[in-house]
Design a protein. Structure first.
Length: 233
């Protein structure tokens, strides 16, 4: 998880941590500089009274709306005007995977519609799709059978998993876990536990796996770098 902190512009290095959360927080101004701080908890936008002078909370946290939205980098789809008007996005658009030929003609649908997000990846043999979907505010990876239309959840637990890529032989899926600053791998058949591949100073997002299976290109806050990995045999 990430945190939300406050600091004076006169002393920006002297930060006070306010929250531990997977998303950013936004401040809604109020009378006498006693407004509200809003953040996302699971799939719910919540608020709590907040004194901007003392940087202290008051009262209890209360729900504002069911939003079930966000982004891979933990940004809520929430904005507040200086007059205190709240604007927020609700949920994710339902997505239907569809085959197209080179001319753009639709050839058929893949699986059932769902709340799938970018990125998603087609397996090397074109028979399966690994996709990211959000349920109750948690991002899981799913495997879709492109031939039979069946789908199964690939990752388990309450962690937010994203950016899946296939190994060249199609036996392994590598993915990132938001907030963990780590990459994990798991057999593409879904059997067995996931394995830690590497840990870094900041979150990493895998984007491609070399054809010889020896390197993965990952994107981090400071750019891209090669990462050596070993594929399953």
């Amino acid at each position: 998880m990430h945190g939300t902190s406050a600091a004076s512009l006169a002393k920006p290095s002297e930060r006070i941590k306010l929250l531990t959360t997977d998303t950013n927080a936004v401040y809604a101004p109020g009378a006498d500089r006693k407004g509200d701080l809003l953040w996302q908890r699971g799939g719910t936008l919540v608020a709590q009274e907040f004194d901007a002078d003392t940087l202290k909370f008051a009262g209890e946290t209360h729900p504002i709306a069911d939003i079930r939205s966000g982004s891979p980098v933990g940004q809520m789809k929430v904005a507040i005007s200086t007059a205190g008007i709240l604007l927020y996005g609700v949920g994710y658009a339902s997505t239907q995977f569809t085959w197209f030929d080179r001319t753009g003609k639709p050839l058929g649908e893949v699986g059932e519609p769902g709340d799938y997000l970018l990125p998603f990846r087609l397996s090397p043999d074109d028979r399966r799709v690994v996709a990211q979907s959000v349920t109750a505010g948690i991002s899981h990876l799913w495997l879709l059978d492109a031939e039979r239309g069946l789908s199964n959840r690939f990752t388990v637990g309450a962690a937010n998993n994203t950016y899946p890529i296939w190994s060249p032989d199609g036996r392994t899926i590598l993915f990132a876990r938001l907030g963990s600053r780590s990459l994990f791998r798991k057999d593409a058949n879904g059997v067995g536990d996931e394995q830690l591949v590497t840990h870094a100073p900041s979150d990493l997002f895998p984007t491609d796996w070399s054809r010889n299976g020896q390197f993965v290109i990952v994107q981090g806050i400071r750019g891209r770098k090669p990462l050596s990995v070993t594929t399953s045999t």
